[in-house]
Write a protein that binds this ligand. Structure first.
Ligand code: C2E
Ligand code: MG
Ligand code: MG
Length: 737
């Protein structure tokens, strides 16, 4: 049964009975238009040649023009002779030129110019068709040579009339299509189809007329004209195979029937009586021609399908089926050029604030399903808007300003419904673009506004304002100057002391990045770390800091300066964009640094997926002999799992534990419990953010081994640290680790 179904499906596909996408249909139409350009170019050249030929051949027009008025051939010399011999040539020349230009201008962006060009050729073709048609009605010597009277054969003159009527329709259609395009700003497939079909009909009528006329005449010279025209039409018009089959069969059966039933003149019959053998040849010809049409169709279909796939990848987001950021940028750029559009619309940047939790708790596949559903909701919520998924859990919308805030509220409610356990929410940043503003910049500003909401639970929407502009420009400055800052040495590590809780002696330092800008002064990490992470440039900074730290340690080793171990911070993004282990190993080898002097700090919130690249790198770092410190413990969601899945040497208790130290009664037992737990798991402890003696005292009694905080010292440059050690403000402990 399945095989039968499969077979039937294949046959249906072969005959083109299946449904094609809009894109494929459009592609096939354009291919036909292209064929028309080539074929009409041939026609134009051919007709020009024929007109010249008619003039120069021995008894041609030049001869006729010069005949005396009472010549026995009955023609009036001059124009009458020209019409007699050249009216069809001129007709095809003008209609050919009309369609050639139509094809050439088919994708022209300037629709007004396109209309004007097409109108010129349409008017020429129409005027000629109408003029000849009108003349023919008056019975002048147009359609036939005088020896074959018009009245003697109504079919032939009927075909000639058809030829001119169709030509008039073609020129009207071309002009009408150009008007439609001017109004709708896109091509009309119905008109285009009509134009090509009409032209095919015109060619067939011509072929029919010439061949048939010859067939019944006493001096047949162009019997195969019909065949030539049939081939021409097949090349011109590649349609669905079943239509090609029907079309070819209809044309040829009709023609055959006609030839078989026409009473021949004796002289012709002697030459052209149809025989059985002719039938075989004729049929073979029809079948071959049809097969050629079908094979061209399938070839084009293949190309169209492949192109469609590529185009889809180029314009759409594979996961959600929404448009992608590059399509969004292109479309909105165009819209912003239209006067007045900028003022009436707003760009919204939508971020799902707790998407990471969904991924962590339900897994990657469920996360993807969620993103798809959000995409669908975004698309449905903003009709008449340009929507796209920018990547991750970010969506951008270009939408009319009126009522957008209500839509955001409703959308948020719907997104919440998607996961009743985690209750995801959206945060939205808005920016009103200026006329002709670059849409990427505009979307960036909306994104910036969104990020300023941060973890604020009560705020869901924030619009970009002048205040944000400063932050935004700092962000742009960071992105565009990070390379320069590294090159010029503006990026450098500051060192914050870490001390033993028991004797306050210096046991290590944490390297914290600072950007010492010649214009903007000292930039703290919050001014650039987030931006560099978002733009995946953070690895440049971290590599630079590792190098600078290793240089400083080498300096200490070479010059016998006081030396302590250094903690290095790595971002989660580093592990995505570079091989952290490799980079670290290379720099450490370059400066010949003992590995025990380096600690690698990884933030707890980065370590959600124990199978990730990051997880593998963390394990590799451990194997290579680096000490691993778990930074900001307790600030994320997955703390306890991280302890189970990884093998950290030191647990760094987040400074949030110390906030409300004296006011919240649970703070102390909680810290004590964390320290005790770490000990049980064989880990050392350090607490960051120690600012008061009271805190220090408590931590000491709770047996937290190391302390870090402003109480002992803020992050300072290498030289200052050395200075303070030399001055005895810090005593370097004998026991480093
Ligand atoms: P972190 O790794 O948790 O670093 C500790 C932060 O707490 C530092 O802020 C430090 O100055 C601050 N801090 C230390 N003691 C106290 C205290 O007693 N009170 C208060 N209020 N704060 C204290 P900083 O230097 O601004 O760095 C912030 C964050 O930026 C760091 O948090 C780290 O996540 C990131 N960061 C700093 N340097 C780098 C770097 O080179 N690479 C990467 N990837 N991230 C870095
Ligand atoms: Mg740190
Ligand atoms: Mg920390």
């Amino acid at each position: 049964m399945d095989t039968v179904k499969k077979g039937l499906r294949s046959i249906a596909k072969f005959l083109g009975l299946n449904r094609n996408s809009k894109y494929v249909n459009h592609y096939l139409m354009e291919a036909n238009v292209r064929s028309m350009v080539y074929m009409t170019a041939v026609i134009v050249i051919l007709e020009v040649w024929l007109i010249i030929y008619q003039h120069v051949k021995a008894d041609g027009l030049i001869y006729l023009y010069n005949l005396p008025v009472d010549d026995p051939k009955h023609y009036d010399p001059g124009f009458d002779a020209f019409f007699l011999f050249c009216s069809n040539f001129v007709l095809f020349l003008l209609v050919g030129a009309n369609l050639f230009v139509f094809g050439l201008t088919y994708r022209m962006k300037d629709t007004r110019k396109r209309l004007i060009i097409n109108l010129v050729f349409s008017v020429l073709a129409f005027t000629w068709s109408w003029f000849i048609f009108y003349e023919a009605k008056l019975g002048t010597l147009i359609w036939d040579a005088p020896e074959v009277a018009i009245k003697s054969n109504s079919l032939k003159s009927g075909l000639a009339v058809t030829l001119y009527i169709v030509a008039m329709f073609i020129s009207i259609s071309v002009a009408a299509e150009s008007v439609v395009v001017l109004i709708r700003k896109k091509t009309s497939s119905y008109f285009t189809m009509a134009i090509i079909v009409l032209f095919a009909l015109m060619c067939l009528a011509f072929g029919f007329k010439i061949s048939y006329g010859d067939y019944i005449s006493s001096k047949p010279k162009q019997m195969i004209c019909f065949f030539t025209m049939a081939i021409y039409v097949v090349c011109l018009l590649i349609w669905r195979p079943f239509i090609s089959v029907l079309m070819n069969v209809a044309i040829f059966v009709g023609f055959w029937q006609l030839l078989s039933n026409v009473p021949l003149r004796e002289s012709t019959a002697a030459v052209f009586t149809l025989k059985d053998g002719d039938f075989v040849n004729y049929t073979t010809f029809v079948i071959s021609l049809t097969m050629v049409a079908i094979s061209i169709y399938h070839q084009r279909l293949n190309e169209a399908t492949k192109d469609e796939e590529l185009e889809f990848l180029a314009d759409y987001d594979e996961l959600t089926g929404l448009h992608n950021a590059s399509y969004f940028a292109r479309t909105v750029d165009e819209l912003l050029k239209v006067p007045g559009v900028g003022e009436k619309n707003i760009i919204l940047f939508i971020n799902v604030s707790n998407f990471k939790t969904i991924n962590d708790q339900h897994g990657f596949v469920a996360g993807n399903v969620f993103l798809k559903e959000v995409g669908k909701l975004v698309d449905e919520s903003f009709p008449k808007s340009v929507t796209c998924r920018q990547g991750d859990d970010h969506y951008i919308v270009f939408t009319p300003f009126d009522g957008f805030d209500e839509i955001i509220k409703n959308l948020n409610e719907k997104v919440k419904e998607l996961d009743k356990e985690i209750v995801p929410e959206i945060k939205v940043g808005g920016y009103r673009p200026k006329a002709s503003e670059d849409s990427r910049h505009a979307a960036d500003k909306a994104r910036y506004a969104c990020h300023t909401i941060g973890q604020n639970l009560t705020v869901h929407y924030r619009e970009y304002d002048d205040k944000m502009d400063q932050g935004y420009h700092l962000m742009q400055y960071v992105i565009h100057n990070i390379d320069k800052a590294i090159e010029q040495g503006w990026i450098r590590p500051f060192y914050q002391p870490v001390v033993w809780s028991k004797d306050k002696k210096l046991c290590g330092v944490e390297a914290l990045a600072r950007w010492v800008d010649p214009e903007r002064g000292l930039l703290p990490p919050y001014a650039f770390i987030g931006t560099l992470e978002q733009t995946k440039l953070i690895h440049k900074l971290d590599t630079c800091i590792v190098e600078r730290v290793c240089q400083d340690i080498r300096n200490c080793l070479d010059n016998n300066l006081p030396l302590v171990s250094v903690s290095l911070n790595f971002s989660r993004i580093d592990f995505e964009v570079m091989d952290v282990v490799e980079v670290l190993e290379e720099i450490v080898a370059k400066y010949r640094i003992p590995k025990e002097l380096l600690h690698v700090e990884i933030t707890e919130s980065a370590l959600s997926d124990s199978e990730s690249v990051l997880a593998k790198s963390v394990r590799a770092l451990k194997e290579r002999g680096y000490r691993l410190w778990l930074d900001d413990f307790g600030s994320g969601y997955s703390s306890l799992n991280v302890l189970k899945d990884y093998d950290f040497d030191v647990l760094k208790i987040d400074m949030k534990f110390l906030s409300g130290f004296s006011t919240r009664p649970k703070a102390k037992p909680l810290i004590a419990a964390v320290v005790a737990m770490a000990e049980k798991l064989g880990m050392h402890t350090v607490c960051e953010g120690v600012e008061t003696d009271e805190q220090r005292e408590f931590l000491k009694t709770a047996e937290c081994e190391r302390l870090q905080g402003y109480l002992f010292g803020k992050p300072i440059p290498f030289e200052d640290l050395q200075d303070r050690i030399n001055k005895g403000e810090f005593t370097v402990s004998d026991t480093l680790s």
